[in-house]
Design a protein around this ligand. Structure first.
Ligand code: PSV
Ligand code: MN
Ligand code: MN
Length: 388
């Protein structure tokens, strides 16, 4: 069996952005583990990201996190990435690691703190101007731990005003995506806890403000594919942060915990036109690799997304629509499940070979010896960790 023609064009245009922080050391609050060859600079992170693209053809851009990826010449960094076949993608702001943000950032009751946080986002926009990045991603740690601790309602007004200032500074080709998360680091309330809150803010701002959906930021049992369908319907799904969540915000390999959930999400992305070239939905990984090797972890991740996209494209849409319209409950479900249960791995191996890529990118990367080379070469300096 080979992939149908209608699937090939979609697969050819599939691209998944990788995060610079996936290549640094990470861990838990108990310990951060180090790996031989871990990058010491943003250039080394980008070099590792280039390996993911070279072996898969799927990951042509890398997201930056400011200030973790601070450098003195971002245009030069973009050229460096370009020479390795990559573009610099989404710029992620960081208002969660500074003492000043103890009680919030863009939503803080303190005007001076809000000013500092807004100015940080202006710096991120300057970075984007230099790198040619399209998207500014905002995830806020803002929230409270105790009932009565702060004025939840006033904070929404402050947040709206802060976002307005940032939005008004976007360049004509730039967008803002606002990520939501219902828990952590604040456990009583988060200022952007859910898609509805994000949607309310971005809708008030304008058409270049959109929602970012991180698959790990929902309560267990949430029907995430419904949120995808709704946001696409409303024209407000800007990007995904893909990862896999077993327990909390554990940022594990996408598709690892629940491949079927990933399939269901991708089905709605396809259904809503999110993979169309003009669809404008950015697929990104937001992951860390605590105990597994980082580059193979990223290769596995983009392949998992590709596999689910291929399976979603196998759905017999005509049969599905016919069954749905006939209220043939089990028939419709069977069409859906047939696509999910199809093993697309041999088809994708052939597809890759047709395009000059290794049939088995995991094996090819292992055979390349790159991990051994960087372990030998990257001696001295300080390994990048989560947060640097
Ligand atoms: C914190 O939850 C977080 O994992 C968000 O998902 C952000 O996208 C990411 O950190 C990087 O700032
Ligand atoms: Mn995220
Ligand atoms: Mn997260």
């Amino acid at each position: 069996m080979s992939l149908p023609d209608r699937a090939l064009a979609r697969l050819d245009s599939l691209s998944i952005e990788v995060p610079s922080w996936a290549y640094g050391n990470s861990g838990t609050r108990f310990r951060v583990f180090s790996t031989p060859g871990t990058p010491r600079t943003v250039q080394e992170k980008i070099a590792d990201a280039a390996q993911v693209h070279a072996f898969t053809g799927l990951a042509p851009s890398v997201a930056l996190h400011i200030p973790w990826d601070t450098t003195d010449d971002y245009a030069a960094l973009a050229r460096f990435a370009g020479d390795l076949g990559l573009a610099l993608g989404t710029v992620n702001s960081n208002t969660f690691q500074d003492e000043a943000y103890k009680f919030g950032s863009l939503a803080s009751l303190d005007a001076g703190v809000r000013r500092k946080a807004i100015d940080h986002h202006f710096e991120c926009l300057d970075v984007m101007d230099a790198t040619g990045s399209r998207d500014l991603k905002i995830w806020l740690a803002d929230g409270t731990n105790y009932p009565g601790q702060s004025d939840m309602r006033r904070r929404q007004d402050h947040l709206a005003q802060s976002l307005r200032e940032i939005y008004d500074r976007l360049g004509a080709q730039q967008r803002m995506v606002l990520e939501y998360k219902f828990f952590e680091p604040s456990f009583y309330h988060m200022d952007v806890p859910d898609w509805g809150t994000s949607y309310a803010h971005v809708s008030a701002l304008g058409e270049r403000a959109l929602v970012c959906l991180d698959t790990g930021h929902h309560a267990p049992g949430t029907n995430i594919e419904f949120i995808v369908a709704q946001l696409l319907r409303l024209g407000k799904l800007g990007s995904f942060d893909f990862n896999s969540r077993f327990y909390a915000d554990d940022d594990l390999i996408v598709g690892a915990a629940d491949p079927f959930q990933l399939f269901r999400i991708i089905v709605e992305v396809v259904r809503g036109g999110g993979l169309d070239p003009a669809g404008g939905v950015a697929l990104m990984l937001d992951q860390c690799h605590n105990v597994e090797d980082k580059i193979p972890g990223q290769i596995r991740s983009v392949l998992n997304v590709q596999e689910m996209v291929a399976r979603a494209l196998l759905i017999d849409s005509d049969a599905l629509v016919a069954a749905q319209e006939a209220n043939d409950v089990l028939g419709a479900n069977a069409v859906f499940m047939d696509a999910f249960y199809t093993d697309v791995r041999p088809m994708l191996a052939a597809y890759r070979e047709d395009r000059g890529l290794p049939a088995d990118p995991m094996a090819a990367f292992a055979a390349s010896g790159y991990l051994g080379t960087i372990a030998d070469e990257r001696v001295g300096g300080t390994q990048a960790g989560w947060g640097a």
